[in-house]
Design a protein around this ligand. Sequence first.
Ligand SMILES: Cc1cc2nc3c(=O)[nH]c(=O)nc-3n(C[C@H](O)[C@H](O)[C@H](O)COP(=O)(O)OP(=O)(O)OC[C@H]3O[C@@H](n4cnc5c(N)ncnc54)[C@H](O)[C@@H]3O)c2cc1C
Length: 704
Amino acid sequence: MFGANFLQSDRPDMIARVSFVTPRQRTPLRSLTVSFILPFIVKYGGLEFRDIELLKLKYKIWQTLEKDPLFAHNAVTPTVEEQKRITQLQLKKINDYKFHTKEMVNSSYSRRTRTIMTINEAVQSLNPSVSVKMAIGIYLFSNALLSLGTERHHKFYESTFVERETLASFALTEIAHGSDARLMRTTATYDPQSKQFVIHTPDFEAAKCWVGNLGRTCTHTLLFAQLITPDGTNHGLHGFLVPIRNPETLETYPGLIVGDMSEKIGVNGIDNGFIMFNQYRIPRENLLNRTADVTEEGIYESSFSDPSKILGAALENLSAGRIGIMQESCHSIASAVTIAIRYAATRAQFGERDNEISLIEYQLHQWRLFGYVAAAVVFRMYIENFSRVYLSIVEKSNAGMKVDNLSEAVSEIHAMVSCSKPLLTWTVLSAAQQCREACGGHGYLKCSNLGDIRSNHEATVTYEGDNNVLSQQTGNWLLRQFHSARNGGTVDSPLNTVTFLMDWEKWIAVRFRCSRTDELKTREFITTTYRWLICYLLIQTHEKYEAELAKGLSKFEARAKSQVYKWKELTKTYAEYLAIIFFLESLDKKEPSLQPVLTKLFCLYGLWSLDQHLVELYQGGYSQGESLARLLREAILELCGELKGEVVSVVDALAPTDFVLNSVLGKSDGNLYQNIQKAFFSHPGAFERAPWWREVVTIPKSKI
Ligand SMILES: Cc1cc2nc3c(=O)[nH]c(=O)nc-3n(C[C@H](O)[C@H](O)[C@H](O)COP(=O)(O)OP(=O)(O)OC[C@H]3O[C@@H](n4cnc5c(N)ncnc54)[C@H](O)[C@@H]3O)c2cc1C
């Protein structure tokens, strides 16, 4: 049995033998290696033994939903309205299945969150719209109630997270302001007479928009508005719990103009909406008041009595959603490369003397795809390892336990997430495109699923922080650390990601000295080169920024003028370095038999990524002459060749079940052409005369 189906293997007698399937053999892919794959999935799929329960949960969800007709795949894209209806019904059904058991609800923060992430991942790979609906409408909202609200909001937490009776939304973005949240113009003015907040939208430019679940379905929203007290003081953006619709009729309340944003270029199951408030009143208690409150009389009070808890809460709100996006991205890239690699293993084109060979035999095809397979593996282990670290810090902080250097850890995690979400989401987007092209014309079929994977993933580069804007925050943090190290101060890096900057002079003095490709295919070469690159880009970015300031520009202008080739390159490089070091930490804990293939994948990812930085490596004098570029590229091609025999098993270990993968080109049975034929022949109306034929033919006039 392949990949994800291993829990129900029907061939326990299979022998571990990683073989390469040529079209001549056309052995079903199914016959490869169970005993190789089983430990590979359990261990290498980012799952330690103690996570087996989560893995079982994921399969339970997939198997349950596969049997439910509501989750059957459509051969034809339904209308936008129908997609919204099905998505909402699917969400309701998932809630009814109660995958979120009572035990899970009452478990530790870390356990609970990892279970939620597992449920979300399982659902995302089937219908991303449902998982986004769930992530915003249930998890983000209930998390925000816990971290920004107090006891008085607990009943909403119960009805959303536990009972699943409330579906919410998250309203921050406005028509005229998205990335720059400070300038949002929706106001919440306190009225001491009625003890209510009056929410108001001054004009259409201040209408909240893009709000997922708002267009048709949510009953409440978590609204961010400028809090204004009766003395006219604006206290900045605060979170409010705002009722939107009658839960029994789904009619919007008077005082609101709510609309659906119509068709998007992906995730059309989500009803993104816009809203304008006309002096709309909500009770004073609906302010989420953990960090600040307004008294009945209208006095603003800030309650930063326990800063460590507040920081922990802030960390959770900022980062948890983005970590969720990264986990979902790991699933999307795994599905995309599974389809393309299985296709490449079974599809043959050209050859000498009529001996056709599989696409996977072509070096060009390997080079196009294997880097993304390596990225899929490295990212999964990175995010798994990083989530663990992150959740344990938040858990300790929320439990009031002492966390060393909490505020520094919060800043470091924020910097890490702010560049990693861009790296992962962008890489997955280009992987989906490359995989689509690697499957040729058949990849363009809807039933390949590559188009849906690509379009549904695309919005992740924009939401929860536009990638280009978000990653600038990483640059701020990195430059601060570098500035301190350069001036003899300390580097605040409790997670140890840039402690090496304390020795920046040592790292920047390193020079390329290799003469054989073997020397490049090592963790030492890859990590050392990345450290050199980060130091070099820090110096370059710092100097550029200082030069712009020296010209008389403001800090804002100087920062804007230092983005291209400097700041942006720096944050991307740091994100790749993070993936590498977190992967290596996990690798060392894996079973020895898995380490050779994982090491090859690691080296391929590292060198494939460094290939994109050759300009800086030469520009900064890390190497002179042709040998660095030549050896690096030779090493990449060697690794592609070395991985050719193992890559099918690697994607089998990454792949979800066939039902979830939902691709005619990527089925695990390897019967590519039979599966395409089945899809063509079963397509509704495939063999029928066009129903509109009369409109297009010219009937010859009778000559009689
Ligand atoms: C499918 C989807 C779902 C969404 N769901 C929600 C939701 O539920 N709730 C919600 O509140 N919002 C939601 N959003 C909105 C989303 O969060 C915003 O679109 C995002 O924050 C970017 O803001 P913007 O669209 O205003 O882009 P802008 O901020 O206007 O950016 C436009 C472009 O300008 C660039 N740019 C901006 N500033 C700079 C700068 N300083 N330097 C260089 N370049 C810059 C950006 O990189 C971007 O490419 C959703 C969006 C989408 C697409």
